[in-house]
Each structure stands twice: as structure tokens, then as C-alpha cells.
Ligand binder design. Structure first.
Ligand code: BGC
Length: 731
């Protein structure tokens, strides 16, 4: 070493000067390591039982998870904090959940959220963010639906890539869960069978989009795919991710039970077992001697791990960060903007919204969820902001400013609530779910098969755990119930409350707070106005008030379909040990079966009117993308954002594939009454490709394509343009 400059730091300087030396520098550093140091690089750096004790007593929110370090050479290691609705360590800004942000259809906003999260991550010492979750919503009952962006690969890919861009200005981002992790309760046991074409056309394109964006880390999933656990799945981790897509970063396991066989996981291409010394610590040496994996596999993983850290050190020098950015007024304003942009107005009969503050003197706010902090799941995605504005608080502040009075009622007695509503000018009924109804689920972690993966427990470990449990008793920081939903309907009492209040007060708005679709069919036609507010983040109350009192016009659009009948969804068994996923999910399935949804994918109302004109579609000069343009004119009376969605498909498809799908989208930005803006949507042609199983390539069929510029997937007023496309292919 030169003075106290470590070999790693010296290598960083050289790679900064000559990026082409990255691989060489990484391999030189790995050569300097002892065999034990190389093993240490392949896992978290805390002993399993000490880690579990720390986790039980709230460590998850106190500090980052570390691993993959070599202190002697100065290799700093990974320092991981989770998301996705902010930073889970400390008291960070809590943004609306990912599904809400999917409903904003605003990738520029998502990038700014990523940038804010990236800054806050630096203040807690994190260099890796685990919050880019893009598993496709295959069924709305999925307990962790709130952590992803919706049911469409293009929406998932664009939004996940935007988050990645923002976060990676400051730290490394990790995209998860690779792949097909779209059920919760069964995640440790389920094998997902999927055919190659559906895999490449529907379940993986968004991961690839984010790999193309330069994401530095991928997290494998718990479930198995086509018979191999994702943490040991060579087809996914090496053949597809690295050989086909050219991914240059590292793969980490999902937490604790993310791999089951040390040797197979290394051979398959999984680099780091996170977060503790667990399966590899116990078995890697044996598996190496048995020939399940080799020194060369281990060396390759170590080189990737060191190379990623060198790239990270060059990209993000560890300059000091100003801790005051955390939950700063700017970040809270961003959380509020995200929340207003994401709420989806589903019904607005008679133009109930916005309320005219000069006319409304009294407001009845009904339902216990109005006055509780309800930010989403209590599992790994839980963010603990310094404070949160409840929906009731936000409405009160706005009503006070307008000189109106708010009467609140917990809604436990529907008759009483209805009487209160009848006496007010307007009623707002807040219903929905909490972390007890949906979220991450760790119930199955207690099975003997998984417990067998744990290292033996000593007396001292037992003591540690008992002390941790004692410390945790009574704490609100422990993991919540969550899990997949058994029904998509609201609890009976809430449905009764809605019906009673709507019958008593014709000016009733129902606000739903949840992370995914709710079956509103039994009652939605009885209420004049319906708003999907999601788990809206720490500024949710103010955001709701912005929309209710017309300071902002609603602009969110559904990131999934809300079906008319649950029989129109694919089957969902939350205890399944095996499922088959095909390409027919979401709007694709509904269109194939000729089933009209109650509220289609992409749907959302606003409080002005728009006219679209001059639609045009062209191929970019490099023939890699389509650009669709349209002039959007605000013909109404309020400033609002519009959202242009572009759907396309071959006029005479030769394959058994969906006849049309989303290929791109863009928000207009605020358009003032009378003003016009030209909106341009760029759609990479790859979004129109299909996987050719024989040739192992994504192929674009040449010929004429129908392109629809639409406000939602079934928009009857969509503008149609035809365009001829040349053949194309990409590995
Ligand atoms: C979750 C991951 C998460 C990890 C670490 C796991 O239980 O499945 O999404 O990143 O915990 O928090």
C-alpha cells in the first residue's frame, strides 16, 4: 500500500482515468485476496443469528445492510437500504407507493423522486438502493402489488428506468425481483412455469429496459421459475441476464432464504448472498470440493463484485452530503406533487369535483381510515417519515382556509355517519385497506424446509434472540401481517357505509386508499364521485385536498384494469406450490376474451376537457423507434395535464399474440385553458417485437401497423394512424 491509500483506492484512480481498465483492475484486486477473503466477498458480513437478533429488534430501520467487502484491500462493500416508497433507514421522506407513481404515468417525475431518494440514501451511508421493484402485476390480489408500477411491461420499464436514472446519480440501484415474483404468501414455495415467448414478451422486457438503462445491481427472486429457484437459476441469471442482455453488474440474492444451495447459486451466476453469513458460509467449501462449483466461478463472481464497486466509486465519489435534505421542504413538496399526480378520478357525475370553496360550508368526512397514518405495507418497504399528513388533516387545513367546517366520523355506525353526511353540504367517505390486509408476508419463513437452511443455533445465539424479542415487545417497528388478499372487495362494513352515506347525501365522494385494484362493482354506480388515492405518502392529505378543492386537476391514470367480474382475471391461489403464467394478463387477457372492464387500463378522468388534433406517427431516422405526435388543446376551464398513450399492433399478425399493446406514453405537462401543446411520444420498436423461439431473437414483423393515440386502452375517441415498419431483430 502507498501510505494509507488502499489498493482499491489506487485502482479507483486508475479506472477514473482509463475506464477500459476496469476488468483488469478488478481481477488484479481479486488476485490479491486470500481464499477466505474471496468467500467473504460472496456474502453479507454479519453472522446469521446476530443478524436475526438485530432484525427482530428494529435494526432494519436503524442502519444499512452490509456485505461483499474486503477491508484489508479497502474494498468498501455494499451498504444496502430498501424502498421503494423512500428510504427505509431513519426518518426519510415517504413518497406515495410505487403503484401510485405508476398511476402518474410520469417518468420525468419518477426520475426526480429517484434523485431525491438517492440523496437521502447518501445521508444514511447507503451505496445501494433496493427499491426498483418491477414485477408485473399478474393479479391484483398480490400482497405486494403496491411495490410495483402496474400490469404493463412498457409502463413498468419506463418508470423503473426513470427511478434508476434518478437514484444512480447518487448510489447504485438494484432492480428486483428477478423474476416472476407476483405472488406473496407462496413466494418461498411456488414454482412458476412460463413458456419462453411469454417470458420474453411479457415478464422480462421491463427488466431488460432497466438493464439497458445501466442499473448496477439485480436482486433474484425467492420463487422458482421452470423448476429452478431464482437464486440458482442459470437460465435467468447467466444465459438471459448476462449473455443475452449484456448485464455488467452484480446479482444479489433476496433476503435470508434467497438461495438454498451454495454451490449451485455460484455456478448459476448469483454473486452475493445477502444479507448474512448463512448458506454459503456453511456449505460453499464442501460444494466446491464436490465440484458443484469451481474456483473459476468464484473468481468470476468476485471480479464482478469488485468491478461493480470500482464503477460505483468512480461514478459516486464519497463527498459529504447535506443531511438536511432528508424530509426537507423540497422533498416533501415533491412527495405532494407525486401524490396529486397519481390519484385517479374514476367517477365524477355531475362534476362534483372540484368543490367550490365559496359554496361548500360544511364537509362530512367519514371512515376511520381518514384519520390514521396509512402509508402502506409494514414489511421491507416500510418508510418511517418524521410525520405524515392524514387525509382528514389535509382536508381540514384546506377547509379551514376556505372558511368551511369539517365534521369527522369514524364510520363505525353507518346510520350515524349517514345522518351526519345528510346535514353537510358534501360527504367524503374514506375506505380501503391497510398493512393488515395486504403487504409483505413472512409466515412461510417458519417452515422446516427453510429452517434447515439456518446455521446451528448456540446457547449464546438463543440469548441474543431472547433479548432482541424482549426489546421488540410493544414496538411498532416489527413486520406486519400483510400477505395476498383473499378478496378484492372492501370489508362488508365499508361497503355498507358507502351505500348508507351515498343514499343520504347525493353529493358524496368515495376515496379509496389501497395498493391495487378494489372490486367496486357492487356499489360504484351508487356514488357520484370516486377517487383512487392509493397509499399516498406523507403529504397525502394535502394532495387529496389539492384535488378536492381544485387547486390541481386530477391527472392519474389506472396502471391496471379494474375488471367487471373477478372471473375475468387469471386464477389466483395464494397457497399454490405451482402456477403457470401465460401472456394473457391485464388488458391483454380482457381483450382476448372480449370482456369489458369496469375501468380500463390507462383510464382516469380530469376536470377539464381536451381536444386532440394533428396526430402523426413517423419512424426515427435511425429506424429504432416510432415517434407519435399530437396537439393537445385544453378546451375547458381549468389547467390540467393530459396523458397520451400509444397502443399499436400489426394489422395482420401471424403469431398467436395480442393484437395491440402499449408501446409508449407521455404526459403533456400543465395545459392552461385555451392553450395547446404538442406532445411527442417516443416508442422503441422493440416494444412491438415478439420473441422468436426458433431463432432466439426478438423479431419485429415487417408490414403495416395500426397505431392508436389514446387516453386509455379502450378510448373510443382514439386517433388512428397507420405506419409501415421494416423487419427488425435484436438478441
Ligand atoms: C424482500 C425484498 C427486500 C429484502 C430486503 C425481502 O424480504 O423480498 O424485496 O429488498 O427483503 O429488505
Amino acid at each position: 500500500m502507498t501510505g494509507d491509500i488502499t489498493p482499491f483506492a489506487q485502482a479507483v484512480t486508475r479506472v477514473a482515468d482509463r475506464p477500459d481498465t476496469l476488468r483488469h483492475e478488478a481481477s488484479t484486486l481479486v488476485e490479491l485476496m486470500t481464499p477466505d477473503e474471496r468467500y467473504e466477498l460472496l456474502q453479507g458480513d454479519v453472522d446469521f443469528w446476530a443478524g436475526m437478533a438485530d432484525l427482530l429488534s428494529g435494526g432494519y430501520h436503524d442502519h444499512t445492510f452490509t456485505g461483499a467487502a474486503c477491508p484489508r484491500l479497502g474494498v468498501p462493500g455494499l451498504s444496502f437500504s430498501d424502498g421503494p416508497r423512500g428510504v427505509v433507514v431513519g426518518a426519510a421522506t415517504c413518497f406515495p407507493v410505487t403503484m401510485a407513481r405508476g398511476a402518474s404515468w410520469d417518468s420525468e417525475l419518477e426520475e426526480r423522486i429517484g434523485d431525491a431518494i438517492g440523496r437521502e440514501l447518501r445521508t444514511v451511508g447507503a451505496n445501494l438502493y433496493g427499491g426498483v421493484c418491477v414485477n408485473l402485476l399478474a393479479h391484483p390480489a398480490w400482497g405486494r402489488a403496491q411495490e410495483t408500477y402496474g400490469e404493463d411491461p412498457v409502463l413498468l420499464g419506463s418508470m423503473g428506468a426513470a427511478l434508476t436514472r434518478g437514484v444512480q446519480r447518487h448510489v447504485m440501484a438494484c432492480v428486483k425481483h428477478f423474476a416472476l415474483n407476483s405472488m406473496e404468501n407462496a413466494r418461498f414455495q411456488v414454482d412458476v412455469t412460463v413458456d419462453e415467448a411469454a417470458l420474453h414478451d411479457v415478464y422480462l422486457p421491463h427488466f431488460r429496459r432497466i438493464v439497458d438503462e445501466g442499473v448496477m445491481v439485480v436482486m433474484s427472486a425467492y420463487n422458482s421459475v421452470n423448476g429452478a429457484w431464482c437464486g440458482e437459476n442459470r437460465t435467468l441469471l447467466t444465459d438471459i441476464l448476462r449473455d443475452q442482455w449484456g448485464f455488467q453488474g452484480i446479482v444479489i440474492s433476496d433476503w435470508i432464504y434467497g438461495l438454498r444451495h451454495a454451490g449451485r447459486s455460484v455456478a448459476a451466476g448469483l454473486d452475493v448472498e445477502m444479507p448474512y453469513r448463512m448458506v454459503r458460509h456453511q456449505h460453499l467449501a464442501t460444494h466446491l470440493s464436490e465440484g458443484v462449483t469451481s474456483e473459476s466461478d468464484i473468481g468470476a463472481a468476485c471480479e464482478r463484485i469488485v468491478a461493480a464497486q470500482l464503477r460505483n466509486a468512480v461514478a459516486h465519489p464519497t463527498s459529504p452530503v447535506d443531511p438536511s435534505c432528508t424530509a426537507s421542504p423540497q422533498h416533501r413538496a415533491l412527495a405532494r406533487e407525486a401524490s396529486t399526480s397519481s390519484m385517479v378520478l374514476l367517477r365524477n357525475e355531475g362534476g362534483l369535483l372540484p368543490l367550490d370553496p365559496t359554496q361548500v360550508r360544511s364537509l362530512a368526512v367519514v371512515g376511520h381510515l381518514a384519520s390514521v397514518t396509512n402509508l402502506g405495507d409494514h414489511g421491507s418497504s416500510r418508510v418511517n417519515p418524521p410525520e405524515a399528513v392524514t387525509l382528514l388533516d389535509g382536508l381540514r387545513v384546506a377547509a379551514d382556509a376556505a372558511g368551511a367546517h369539517v365534521y369527522a366520523d369514524a364510520g363505525d355506525d353507518a346510520e350515524r355517519a349517514a345522518a351526519l353526511a345528510a346535514d353537510a353540504d358534501v360527504a367524503i367517505v374514506v375506505v380501503g385497506l391497510t398493512h393488515l390486509d395486504e403487504g409483505e408476508y413472512i409466515g412461510l419463513a417458519g417452515t422446516s424446509e427453510l429452517q434447515a437452511l439456518q446455521p446451528p443455533r448456540t446457547e449464546a445465539d438463543g440469548e441474543l434472540l431472547r433479548a432482541a424479542l424482549h426489546r421488540a415487545a410493544g414496538s411498532d417497528r416489527t413486520f406486519g401481517a400483510g400477505g395476498d388478499r383473499t378478496s378484492l372487495r372492501l370489508p362488508d362494513a365499508q361497503e355498507r357505509l358507502i351505500t348508507a352515506v351515498a343514499a343520504a347525501q347525493p353529493r358524496t365522494l368515495v376515496v379509496i386508499t389501497a395498493g391495487s385494484a378494489i372490486d367496486v362493482n357492487p356499489w360504484h354506480e351508487k356514488v357520484p364521485a370516486l377517487l383512487l388515492a392509493w397509499y399516498p405518502g406523507m403529504e397525502g392529505g394535502h394532495a387529496l385536498a389539492d384535488l378536492v378543492f381544485g387547486r390541481k386537476a386530477p391527472s392519474g391514470r389506472l396502471p391496471f384494469s379494474m375488471v367487471a367480474d373477478q372471473a375475468h382475471l387469471p386464477p389466483f391461489d395464494r397457497n399454490a406450490t405451482a402456477v403457470t403464467y401465460d401472456r394473457w394478463v391485464g388488458y391483454r387477457r380482457l381483450a382476448r376474451d372480449g370482456n369489458r372492464p369496469t375501468y380500463p387500463f390507462g383510464f382516469g378522468l380530469t376536470t377539464t376537457t381536451f381536444r386532440w388534433s394533428d396526430a402523426a406517427v413517423a419512424l426515427t431516422p435511425d429506424r429504432s423507434s416510432l415517434t407519435a405526435t399530437v396537439t393537445v388543446t385544453n378546451t375547458g376551464e381549468r389547467t390540467a395535464d393530459d396523458c397520451v398513450q400509444v397502443y399499436a399492433g400489426h394489422q395482420s399478425p401471424t403469431l398467436d399474440v395480442e393484437p395491440w399493446k402499449l408501446v409508449g406514453f407521455a404526459r403533456s405537462g400543465p395545459v392552461a385553458p385555451g392553450a395547446s401543446v404538442k406532445v411527442t411520444v417516443t416508442a422503441p420498436l422493440m416494444a412491438l417485437s415478439h420473441w422468436d423461439v426458433d431463432e432466439q431473437v426478438h423479431r419485429i414483423e415487417p408490414g403495416r401497423y395500426r397505431v392508436r393515440l389514446a387516453r386509455h386502452s379502450l378510448d373510443p375517441n382514439a386517433l388512428h394512424v397507420a405506419v409501415a415498419l421494416p423487419a427488425g431483430r435484436r438478441r
